[in-house]
Design a protein around this ligand. Structure first.
Ligand code: FES
Length: 661
């Protein structure tokens, strides 16, 4: 599976632009005739007068273009359309729309001047001739492999516990793109297998006919030659074509070609309506000196392998199934375009949030038990560190820990964090404290679930203990803006005051409350909030008890919840007072969530993938839609408005019955 996924990804990504181009051009050239008519209707419409002899018409065109060599004549498809003459002029192919009645050239341009023809060439040969055709065929082979491996990967990794074709609209862009990619891939797999297979068979005909020849006989179509006859003129074109018509009476002519360019051999393609293949042709090679037939290739005379090969083009172009098949192929080609976009974009989205390896470039004990760390990107690339943002550190043993960024404004050389040692914790802080300069750590991109609204009239910054980490970045940012704020910072003791230098530079806007101060100077949350100027917003970070006091004070003072922004760091978990409840899932199932399990754990047991990062309601990673019911929100990242419709299942619970997802 891993190998298959690796092949699928590393075949698809490099080919995505080429295949995207082929998908889009393919979707258009399926309607080549209609599109040409739309773009050049006047130039492709005949004036309706009786047709000139072909020799007269061609002679007139060539007389005015003495440097030109006739390559091919496409016959009018309807009585009111024109001939298309293909001329070689100095190695460049020109196409002329010529009125059958007047012989007038209605339009004349190189292939680049016929946009749909140019798109066709781009699709088939990448405008690079035979080499481009080979590349095009090989990319088709890549698509064939992708179209087979994709559904296998989908089936092996299909989501259990939810609809096979369900698209997760919650869970982030990367997940949405992945679900869309899988859904489109499964629906489009069969048509894409057929389209890529037939495309490869056509574009790499030289090789594929050898393979087909192993199973069934394949014959070539040798081109006859006619040696020059000194002094003998070639027959008029009309006479040669009459000889071809006599070979297949009543069959319309598709086109006339002049292999070799000498004009001594003329190849006429007539329709062969007796063949089962819809666009089968009766190909007659004629000697232009006397109109004798040199060779004839028809469906009936071909061996089975050749007939199989001949089916590939009409299937690929959709002509084998009429308008319905062409529309279906067009839809499939657009599906392929969607697959390539969702595949590449999804990969980029996953990559954007996947952890990167950073260097520890500084360790700095900030206080007893708190270590400051600076983590630098490769090549010293600058970092983005908004006030309130945090980064995920991916530690050994699958531990992921969130740390607020403490960067001062303009400090972009490395991520700055502070880690408090938790001897009784699960090992994350011990691992962090063991880091040394030069060590490598895996770090996710910064996310901000505790943003600072810099447009409000006044900020009240409240911090307790290690909760100063996001608050110091906010205070420095507000000071840099010249915005009014006050900062109240409670610590266990004077030695526990972090960032003392930075705080001292903020002057009398900062109020410290070390618990060992004599006389004791307690932070009275209710009083500082009550005395804050109107319109003040609180940004607070600290342990759960501290935040609960702020919530209570805000409630008592009648503060709008939108003015209170909290971030905590104490684990919440189910808690000893947790009650069981029931949750209805998107697929209609109802699961029991026992008192000793979180909702995230119960959902995972039920087969739903829930991404959990902090597990504490801090980061917002696990957020799910709350469709109905009453929830006991224990997170510190959702606003009161968001709590109406969202829930963090890592810590929040339902009361009675809720519906999620
Ligand atoms: S995992 Fe972080 S909020 Fe749930």
């Amino acid at each position: 599976m891993r190998l298959l996924a690796w092949v699928h990804r590393w075949l698809g990504l490099p080919l995505s632009l080429l295949l995207l181009m082929q998908a889009l051009t393919g979707a258009i050239v399926l309607f080549k005739h209609e599109a040409n008519d739309l773009l050049h209707h006047a130039a492709l419409t005949a004036d309706g007068s009786p047709p000139l002899p072909l020799q007269t018409l061609v002679g007139g065109v060539l007389r005015d273009r003495p440097d030109a060599r006739l390559l091919r004549i496409d016959y009018p498809e309807t009585p009111d359309s024109t001939y298309i003459l293909r001329l070689d002029r100095g190695g460049t192919e020109w196409r002329l729309s010529v009125d059958p009645g007047s012989g007038q050239v209605n339009r004349e341009a190189t292939v680049a001047g016929w946009p749909i023809e140019w798109l066709f060439d781009l699709h088939y040969t990448l405008l690079l001739g035979k080499d481009g055709q080979t590349i095009s065929g090989l990319s088709g082979l890549g698509l064939l492999i992708l179209s087979i491996t994709g559904p296998v990967l989908w089936w092996r990794g299909r989501p259990r516990g939810r609809g096979l074709f369900m698209v997760a609209t919650s869970g982030g862009r990367a997940r949405l793109l992945r679900d869309l990619h899988r859904l489109t891939g499964v629906l489009a797999a069969l048509p894409l297998i057929i389209l890529s297979f037939t495309g490869v068979m056509v574009a790499l005909k030289v090789w594929t006919s050898v393979l087909v020849g192993v199973i069934a006989p394949v014959s070539g179509k040798p081109a006859p030659l006619v040696v020059a006859r000194a002094g003998q003129p070639l027959l008029p074109l009309d006479q040669i074509i009459a000889a071809a018509r006599a070979d297949r009476p009543g069959a319309p002519i598709r086109n006339v070609r002049f292999p070799g360019g000498s004009g001594r051999v003329v190849l006429v393609f007539l329709e062969d309506e007796t063949a089962p293949r819809p666009d089968a042709t009766w190909q007659v090679w004629l000697n232009a000196y006397d109109g004798s037939i040199l060779a004839r290739y028809t469906d009936a005379t071909m061996p089975a392998g050749s007939r199989f090969m001949e089916w590939m083009l009409p299937i690929h172009t959709g002509s084998a199934g009429g308008l319905a098949l062409r529309l279906f192929w067009c839809l499939s080609a657009l599906g392929l375009a969607g697959l390539l976009v969702t595949g590449a974009w999804g990969w980029l989205a996953r990559r954007a949030v996947s952890p990167r390896t950073l260097h520890v470039v500084a360790t700095d004990p900030l206080s007893p038990g708190v270590m400051g760390l600076r983590l630098r990107r490769p090549f010293g690339l600058s970092v983005r560190a908004e006030p309130g943002a945090h980064i995920d550190l991916h530690l050994t043993g699958g531990l992921i820990r969130q740390y607020s960024l403490t960067n001062a404004p303009g400090d972009r050389s490395a991520y700055a964090i502070a880690v408090q040692l938790e001897p009784a914790g699960r090992g994350g802080s011990r691992a962090m404290h063991a880091l040394r300069v030069g060590d490598l750590v895996r770090v996710g991109l910064p996310r901000n679930s505790f943003p600072l609204d810099r447009s409000v009239p006044h900020h009240l910054l409240l911090a307790a203990g290690i909760g100063i980490t996001p608050i110091i970045a906010m205070a420095d940012a507000l000071a840099g803006d010249g915005a009014p704020f006050t900062l109240h910072y409670a610590t266990r003791d004077a030695a526990g005051v972090l960032f003392a230098d930075r705080l001292s530079r903020l002057g009398d806007r900062v109020h410290l409350y070390p618990a060992d101060a004599v006389p004791r100077h307690r932070l009275d949350i209710r009083t500082v909030m009550a005395s804050a100027p109107p319109g003040t917003h609180v940004q607070a970070c600290g342990p759960a008890r501290f935040l609960a006091d702020i919530r209570q004070a805000a409630h008592d003072l009648g503060w709008d919840g939108a003015r209170v922004h909290l971030e905590g760091f104490a684990p919440t978990g189910p808690g000893t007072d947790a009650q069981p409840f029931r949750a209805r899932l998107p697929d209609g199932r109802i699961i029991q969530v026992p008192a000793d399990q979180t909702l995230a754990q119960a959902l995972t047991t039920a087969g739903l993938h829930v991404a959990v990062s902090c597990g504490q309601g801090v980061c917002g990673t696990c957020t799910l839609p709350l469709r109905s019911g009453h929830a006991l929100h224990k997170d510190q990242c959702l606003s009161p408005q968001e709590r109406q419709t969202l829930i963090t299942p890592c810590c929040s619970r339902g009361v009675g019955d809720i519906a999620v997802g």
